[in-house]
Design a protein around this ligand. Sequence first.
Ligand code: AVI
Length: 318
Amino acid sequence: MQTSQFAVTEGDFRSLFIRDVLDGLQQPQKSLPSKYFYDSQGSQYFDQICSLNEYYPYRTELSMLPDVARDLNSILQDPWEIVEFGAGSLVKIRLLLQQLDNIEHYVPIDIAGDHLRQASDRLQQEFPQLTVLPIEADFTQPAPLPETLPLPKLGFFPGSTIGNFSPEQAQFFLSNIRQSLGDHSRLLIGVDTKKDPSVLHNAYNDSMGVTAAFNRNILNHINRICGADFDPQAFAHYAFYNPVAGRIEMHLISTLAQQVSIDDQMIAFSEGENIHTENSYKYTPDEFLALAATSGWERERIWLDKAQMFSVFLLSAR
Ligand code: AVI
């Protein structure tokens, strides 16, 4: 297995992290970038969320992928390579690789380098004919793919992670990957659908409190990396569906007036003041296709589960 790195150094990561955190917390509406949920504890919480009954997106998409892969196998006749954005533990790709005959290269991109390399080693052993070429990088940032990859590319972006971008950011991201995947590329992307708000509410307010712990954990991550002194227990988890914006919003609410030191700055919170930590946009198929079209992608196929809880799109580069 070859490896490739576009990684930032630890020092760069820390200063970017501090800058993002202070930028967000010094605005009148305090906010934090949701990508900072995912330290190793946060990734474990997210894995637990995926196993919860209330959190339907993960298991619904997983149950759809074998059928998607079967259909895809008849579409992808020539040799292809798959580029996965934010590949994580490489669980979903296996469901594709088990059915797809013509994949020669697989390029998982993820910021968690050690985890990515270990998962890639295991995948390489399971699929010895495949060339696995992991790239340690922040997939949200535009970056060219290595020029050694000559085959047409299928981008893979499952899990409705696209929903964690604003529509403008999603458009920017989709245009960028359209550029880096090139002409003749395709994109297989999972997108959460609009549905009964009570189902959405329960998915982000689970009865075991795992989503609450996941939300608060962003403060532990900030404490560790930025030398801050947040007390996560002094913030309450609050998540709701905003029907006008078509998104779940997650917030942390300060339960008392308090001051927090971050790097060399003090940030004041009044009692009841909120930090907006995440958006999770939900799209009807038509809304998502319209967004994709503005980024150079057109509809090739859509799969929906029976209850229309989740959608998977195959898009082709225009
Ligand atoms: C990763 N992402 C698609 C999840 C979502 O549903 O927006 C993150 C998450 N936040 C709370 N629960 C899960």
